[in-house]
Design a protein around this ligand. Structure first.
Ligand SMILES: NC(=O)c1ccc[n+]([C@@H]2O[C@H](COP(=O)([O-])OP(=O)(O)OC[C@H]3O[C@@H](n4cnc5c(N)ncnc54)[C@H](OP(=O)(O)O)[C@@H]3O)[C@@H](O)[C@H]2O)c1
Length: 265
């Protein structure tokens, strides 16, 4: 086997569940060397044990809500690894709360996890990629990075911010052989809604129908690897909800009307 991923050192964040976990298994099958990160050590160990060469998978714990923790993780990574060829900057958290009821500290928390820590990690990894002659950074945004929806104001803001940031960074780093791909998943059957923050900053604990009936994480990961290997700069993964990308562009008034009729959960 020899694919775009074979033999590459690949760092996956948000690897303890959902899309990140499925990416780990898909990358393992492609022969990538894996570094996996999240907060929950036991879940990362469970994921590692399900790969074909668990002894070669490096676990680096990291809390994206803490700048110090992200910096520690970066230090730990480059003490052990000379290079990272690919970063799947995937860890993140959603929101299910009205804008008017969400306090600023919860809004800041969502921005810290989904935006500031994300770019901190990318800058550090891109600096090493530059020294090593190139690499590929893949960032999990969302359709919420393209438009807004009920109960997700700060989440959508954090994902929109990723697009502005990485569309600029891409232009600056391509001269060093560094590619940047933005992913905009639709409804994927992970626990994102269960872990989403309510207005008090607690996890909702509730599985949304949109996620329960969404694309499997395995199919999502397979689609991600196909698009990344093809060198796309941005692409959607999901079901019928991706039609919104075209509808919003060509029939914006109809799109806005249809969006308001959908269930927020
Ligand atoms: N599922 C969807 O429908 C959907 C749609 C669009 C975009 N996305 C995006 O896809 C990405 C992955 O989400 P998912 O759907 O796979 O949901 P998930 O199952 O809830 O996974 C989220 C991952 O992010 C990690 N994470 C959350 N908070 C963290 C923190 N403070 N520090 C470090 N890691 C943290 C979690 O690990 P720990 O809890 O162990 O830390 C977990 O591994 C997210 O960026 C999400 O916004 C998902």
């Amino acid at each position: 086997m020899n694919s775009y991923f074979t033999g590459k050192t690949v760092w996956v964040t948000g690897a303890s569940s959902g899309i990140g976990e499925a990416l780990v298994y898909a990358l393992d099958r492609e022969g990538a060397r894996l570094i996996i990160s999240a907060r929950r050590k036991d879940e990362l160990e469970r994921v590692r044990s399900k790969t074909s060469r668990p002894e070669q998978v490096d676990i680096i714990l990291m809390d994206l809500a803490s700048e110090a923790s992200v910096k520690d993780a970066i230090r730990s990574c480059f003490e052990k690894h000379e290079r990272v060829d690919m970063l799947f900057n995937n860890g993140g958290i959603s929101q299910r709360a009205d804008a008017l009821e969400t306090p600023t500290d919860i809004e800041r928390q969502l921005m810290e996890i989904n935006f500031f820590s994300n770019i901190l990690l990318s800058k550090a990894v891109a600096s090493v990629m530059k020294e090593n002659g190139g690499g590929h950074i893949i960032v999990t945004s969302s359709l919420m990075g393209k438009w807004g929806f009920f109960l997700r104001s700060s989440y959508a803001a954090s994902k929109h911010a990723l697009h502005g940031y990485y569309d600029c960074m891409r232009m600056e780093v391509e001269q060093y052989g560094i590619q940047i791909t933005l992913l905009t998943p639709g409804f994927i059957a992970s626990e994102i809604s269960v872990h989403a923050l309510d207005s008090s900053g607690k996890a909702t604990g509730a599985m949304d129908n949109n996620q329960a009936t969404g694309m499997s994480t395995a199919a999502c990961a397979a689609g991600i690897l196909r698009g990344v290997a093809a060198g796309k700069t941005e692409f959607g993964i999901g079901g019928k909800e991706l039609l919104g990308l075209k509808l919003r562009r060509f029939a914006p008034a109809l799109f806005e009307k249809m969006l308001r009729k959908r269930s927020a959960r």
